[in-house]
Design a protein. Sequence first.
Lengths: 112, 110
Amino acid sequence: EAQVTQNPRYLITVTGKKLTVTCSQNMNHEYMSWYRQDPGLGLRQIYYSMNVEVTDKGDVPEGYKVSRKEKRNFPLILESPSPNQTSLYFCASSAGLNYGYTFGSGTRLTVV
Amino acid sequence: GQNIDQPTEMTATEGAIVQINCTYQTSGFNGLFWYQQHAGEAPTFLSYNVLDGLEEKGRFSSFLSRSKGYSYLLLKELQMKDSASYLCAVLWQAGTALIFGKGTTLSVSS
């Protein structure tokens, strides 16, 4: 089944403790992206990648890192999480953006 | 930044027709998507418009006017399961950035 898989689905962590949210797609898509979704603010792009080793900042990149060492994986790294990073995170992939994105199921992160 | 405007909330009754509008800045436009998102779930693709006009897909239709920076999603024969958020998203910058509006929450009542 073609899909984007994110892990974990839920995560509660403490301020400052580094964490990684994994994202993997099995569709051989070139484009991958991370979004966060907050009430009243909608989906905001954190980082995106157009291919292996090619990444770029979205609208809200502060406090996040990404890497794209393989085509299928695009992990999101929070080196020192803070409470304002409490959010619902979505990973997405696309064969080309005019095809739209396929989204993962989301990761609900709480930083206390 | 790229401003995408949609109404925050809309209500309708079963069997009715509802139109959700979306306006955006025209500079750098490369296409427009509509997504549906049920509470707590991932967005799912509904439609894509890159040329002016109406695209029909079953009960859902999407319209685009590039010169006016305007799109709408038309939902016919509303069902309770259509209660969801509807997200307008615009493709910009030669196809490298997909920016979402804040979404319109549609509530369908019986």
